[in-house]
Write a new protein. Structure first.
Length: 158
């Protein structure tokens, strides 16, 4: 009975500890003012992953879908809130096609995502691209489900 109560109390403390937000208080402002700043919830890479860091493409295509546009809009908003961040967009392909062709297609995909971010107000000098072609698959497999997840552009905070 005591073990059950102790376990319940421990679980409640664990949940309560996880639900508190982290704050920093700076009492060094002139005039006796106190300011409080809440942390934004993780590293820059974690933040961009939360808003969506991956845009997917159709087979042999580099045009941005409506779902991809929505993802890039969320990325642009986050980047505008953090003007010191720079990103690299990694273009990727599925395993079909030659190495050379997929490097070119990966570059076109990364560049399409880059151009979309620039059109949404992100400064061009903050966005670099690289193509990995088919060399860095996200999912192993030789079927449409795996290939669909490998046709992508991934935004990474530098």
């Amino acid at each position: 009975m005591n073990l059950k109560i102790l376990s319940l109390v421990a679980a409640m403390l664990l949940v309560a500890g996880c639900s508190q937000s982290s704050t920093d208080t700076d009492n060094t402002k002139g005039g006796g003012q106190t300011t409080t700043q809440t942390t934004s919830g993780g590293s820059p890479q974690e933040q961009i992953t939360k808003v969506g860091n991956t845009v997917y493409f159709a087979f042999d295509r580099s045009d941005i879908t409506s779902e991809g546009r929505a993802t890039l809009q969320r990325q642009a908003q986050l980047l505008q809130q953090n003007p010191s961040w720079t990103v690299t967009i990694q273009g990727n392909c599925d395993e079909r096609g030659t190495v050379e062709y997929n490097l070119g297609l990966g570059e076109r995909r990364a560049n399409a995502a880059r151009q979309a971010l620039i059109a949404l107000g992100v400064a061009a000098n903050r966005v670099q691209i690289i193509s990995y072609g088919k060399e860095r698959p996200a999912v192993a497999g030789h079927n449409e489900q795996a290939w669909a997840q490998n046709r992508r552009a991934v935004t990474v905070i530098n």
